[in-house]
Design a protein around this ligand. Sequence first.
Ligand SMILES: [Zn+2]
Length: 125
Amino acid sequence: MSRYECSAKKAKYGADSTAKKIDSSESWREKRKQYLTEKAKDVEFPTASEAKLEPKFMYDNETFVIHICFKCRQANRKMEAVDIDEEHQKLELVLCKICRSNYNIQRRSKFFNHELLLFKMSMEG
Ligand SMILES: [Zn+2]
């Protein structure tokens, strides 16, 4: 197909394919909403102890990866970075129970499903 034929086809069918994209996008959203609604029935909100943060365990690695929900992101955008000295700044982090609990789950999962397995493999290998 030449470049001209391709762009002519786009012009001819452009409106139809745009309408189909919107329809399939809306049905995808609706299906995803139905799927999430069904899955949400089986999950429970985290308890206070599941969401308890312990800084002595939070900074064991050189990377700090945390998933933050929209409300927490909004809250953190309002926080200020405070100068401690010429080298350091202090950031406060506002996290809801779900974000805190998920962070703890991530940290434990990394330990049990990655670090421990790698350790075991190195012992056996
Ligand atoms: Zn949150």
